[in-house]
Design a binder for this molecule. Structure first.
Ligand SMILES: NC(=O)c1ccc[n+]([C@@H]2O[C@H](COP(=O)([O-])OP(=O)(O)OC[C@H]3O[C@@H](n4cnc5c(N)ncnc54)[C@H](OP(=O)(O)O)[C@@H]3O)[C@@H](O)[C@H]2O)c1
Length: 326
């Protein structure tokens, strides 16, 4: 973890004490933003400042500037971004770099200029170098080439982390960054073509169960190891960081537990209740063999995840059944 070298250390301000503080959560209808709002409401916060994409397009500098000038929130959590898988990144590279740079530049700069006390920016584990050491420590950032399939998104996100650091150093302003691992939970994207592995498996097993199919074929051998964190744990960590962390380096936020894609698929199959066969297609690519983050810095600060993968999957499937058009 990088040392805070800003002139004048930025003292921690309490986030949790005043439940009437105006807290702006941007991207509050997305996977992460909605979980953060649920958590804040559960904790009793009463003055949340929320805008949908239609109400405030964060790529529009003048609108963002006017919003912050008028509303003057005390805290900002930036969970709005253009996100997507390999397919979307490869087809829309200009969108991924431009929209993310615009959103974060507008929000970070306006927050600073209009007196926001503290801001949390979200990076992602996928912006570490392609061949980063495993488990990935925070200081692996920018040490070797990126994964080419998402470099547009990664370059923008890295710029966001660096912008937070630069504002800390130049202005002594409390902007911090977190690097979540693969997230899942309510409000995830279950789109048939462009969803991540976990919601994609859930949808496929569910559809196979409904159709009483005999088997579900999954790409690869199932051997790659991955890390997953329930989004309610991420929300808990985000609030923990707002209360307890004021440093220059981005902090990894993960479950610290590896699971093979095979184990994951078996767990999802059980949770969904698909009784047919799970068949692997080893002729299809497996992807990176291992991807795990080193979360020891966050653990040392005193945070650890609480939701097991099994419980988190059950909660997610319940949400899927209640909310996704069958
Ligand atoms: N999901 C993961 O596994 C994961 C892992 C690591 C890090 N993260 C980070 O967490 C953050 C949130 O991701 P997520 O998974 O919650 O994404 P998400 O579900 O797609 O939510 C993103 C939100 O941002 C809003 N948004 C996008 N463009 C906007 C714009 N121009 N103006 C205003 N709002 C805009 C979206 O609104 P519309 O839908 O209306 O456009 C949506 O509500 C991102 O920074 C991402 O990098 C996510």
């Amino acid at each position: 973890m990088e040392e805070d070298t800003s002139n004048g250390k930025i003292p921690l301000c309490s986030f949790l004490t005043d439940k009437t503080s105006k807290i702006c959560v941007l991207g509050h209808r997305g996977l992460v933003g909605s979980a953060i709002v649920r958590k804040l409401q559960h904790l009793g916060f009463t003055n949340l400042l929320l805008r949908t994409h239609c109400e405030l397009d964060l790529t529009r500098q003048n609108d963002v500037e006017s919003f912050f000038a008028a509303e003057k929130p005390r805290f900002v959590i930036l969970a709005a971004a253009k996100v997507g898988g390999i397919h979307a990144n490869s087809n829309y590279p200009a969108d991924f770099i431009a929209i993310n740079l615009q959103i974060q530049t507008n929000v970070i700069d306006s927050s600073y200029r209009h007196g926001v006390q503290k801001l949390l920016f979200l990076g992602s584990s996928c912006i570490y170098p392609k061949l980063a050491p495993q488990p990935i420590p925070e200081d692996a950032l920018l040490t070797s080439p990126l994964e080419p399939t998402n470099e547009w998104y990664a370059v923008a996100k890295i710029a966001g982390i660096k912008m937070c650091q630069a504002y800390r150093i130049q202005y002594g302003w409390d902007a911090i960054s977190a690097m979540p691992t693969n997230l899942y939970g309510p409000n995830d994207n279950f789109h048939p073509e462009n969803s991540h592995v976990l919601p994609a498996l859930m949808r496929r097993f569910h559809e196979a169960k409904v159709k009483k199919a005999k088997e579900v074929v999954v790409w690869g051998t199932g051997s790659p190891l991955r890390e997953f964190l329930h989004v309610d744990d991420l929300a808990d960590a985000a609030i923990f960081l707002m209360e307890s962390y004021s440093g220059l380096g981005q902090l990894n936020v993960g479950s610290g537990k590896e699971v093979s894609i095979k184990e994951l698929a078996e767990l999802v199959k059980d949770v969904v209740g698909f009784e047919g066969e799970l068949v692997w297609d080893p002729s299809k690519p497996d992807g990176t063999p291992r991807k795990l983050m080193d979360c020891s810095n966050l653990a040392e600060l005193g945070w650890s995840p609480k939701i097991s993968l099994k419980d988190g999957l059950a909660d997610t499937y319940k949400w899927y059944l209640e909310n996704v058009k069958q």
